[in-house]
Structures are given as C-alpha cells and as structure tokens.
Design a protein around this ligand. Structure first.
Ligand code: FES
Length: 215
C-alpha cells in the first residue's frame, strides 16, 4: 500500500516521468510528501527511495541537506526569524526573544498544540526589510513586536490562510498550463535518444583503427 494518497501518488508518477533519470525526482517527491503531512515521515522517505532507486538513508541524507525539508514534525506554521548581521543590527534578537515569549517556546521548538514552530534563520535575502520574518517560507514583513503580535493573531484566526497555507504547501494553485506531461511522447523521445546514442557509439567503434596491426 502506498504512503501517498491516490491523488499524490498520481502526481508522484507524473513527476517521475518528467526526468530522464528517476533519481532527479528525489527532491520534488520529498516536497510532495511534505505537502501531504507537513513533514517527511520515515515511511514517505522509504517509498520515495523505492520510486527513485536509492536507499532510504540517501533520501534522508538529501532531505537533511535542505532547510525547506523537515525530517521531524513541525508546526502548521513555521516561523523563521533571521538573526544574521543586517537583521541583528536592526533588532532581530529582540524580536526573536519577543516571539519566544509570546509563543512560549524557544527557537527550535514547537508549541504544544502543534500550531507554531519557531526557528532562528540565517540570511533570508530580504535584508532591506530587516529584521526579516518568514512563515512557511513566505515573507511576512512583521518587523516590530506589534506587527509580530498581529501576525500571530491573524494566523490563529485563520485570516491569512490565502497567503500562508499550512507548512509543506509549495503552491496554492496547481499549474493549469505550461509544461504538460505526455508520457507516450516522452517515452518515444527517450527511445529515439537511446537509439541515436547507440548508433553514434557503433559508428565510433567502426571508425576506430583495428588493434591487431602487423609488424
Ligand atoms: S541578514 Fe536577515 S535577511 Fe539578510
């Protein structure tokens, strides 16, 4: 039985068909699994490993390399506050302490109700809006304690669901155009590419001088 829901399993198959090598779909599949549960469960990593032909340890090794992938449970809303230099100079440490007090967790922790995780982040590339805050990897510009309180209120009341979906959701609207998967066409193109490669290799072999020369 698949770890993925039927819809997501179909999306997983679609993702796999987009890449010449199944292994290339590893990170997109991790995001797909994370969208399902908000984090990467061990059983998700096992299934992904089977789909792309690597070991579960390799999936875990890849997932733990990327900040956006989580192999431990996180809250519905993952709040990241940058404390790198530009933000630090503009009050990031004070804002982080305020957030810890308001949420009742230290950086790195998750509230008991599972609603919020708080983390200290390195530069998030939005230094001109220091101190920089993200929720579920979306910039929120809550730069003062008052703005931060308002943000938490809005999240609790569900007032910003449209712009900040639960953790793991990469996009709120599935693409309805652009790149489309035609599996038959992709299979035919790959077969043609393999045939052309074999033919080039054969031609190169024929062109090689024979190794059994006379003295
Ligand atoms: S230093 Fe905080 S976003 Fe760059």
């Amino acid at each position: 039985m698949s770890y993925f829901t039927p819809d997501r399993r179909a999306q997983a198959e679609e993702l796999l068909s987009l890449y010449p090598k199944a292994r290339s779909a590893l990170v997109p599949l991790c995001h797909l699994a994370q969208e399902q549960d908000g984090w990467l469960r061990p059983e998700a990593m096992e299934e992904i490993a089977g789909l792309v032909g690597v070991t579960p340890a390799e999936v875990r090794g890849t997932a733990t390399f990327y900040d956006m992938l989580h192999t431990e449970p996180v809250g519905t809303y993952l709040i990241a506050i940058c404390t790198n230099i530009a933000c630090l100079l503009d009050g990031a440490q004070e804002l982080l302490e305020h957030a810890e007090e308001l949420l009742g967790v230290r950086a790195g922790g998750t509230t008991e109700d599972g609603r919020f995780s708080l983390e200290e982040a390195e530069c998030l590339a939005d230094c001109d809006h220091a101190p920089c805050v993200q929720v579920n990897h979306r910039f929120v510009r809550a730069q003062t304690p008052e703005a931060f309180d308002q943000l938490v209120d809005d999240l609790v009341a569900g007032r910003v669901q449209e712009t900040i979906p639960p953790h793991g959701t990469l996009c709120r609207v599935r693409r309805d155009g652009g790149l489309r998967v035609d599996r038959q066409q992709i299979a035919a193109e790959r077969a043609a590419a393999r045939a052309a490669k074999a033919s080039r290799a054969a031609a190169a072999d024929e062109a090689k001088p024979s190794s059994g020369g006379s003295s």
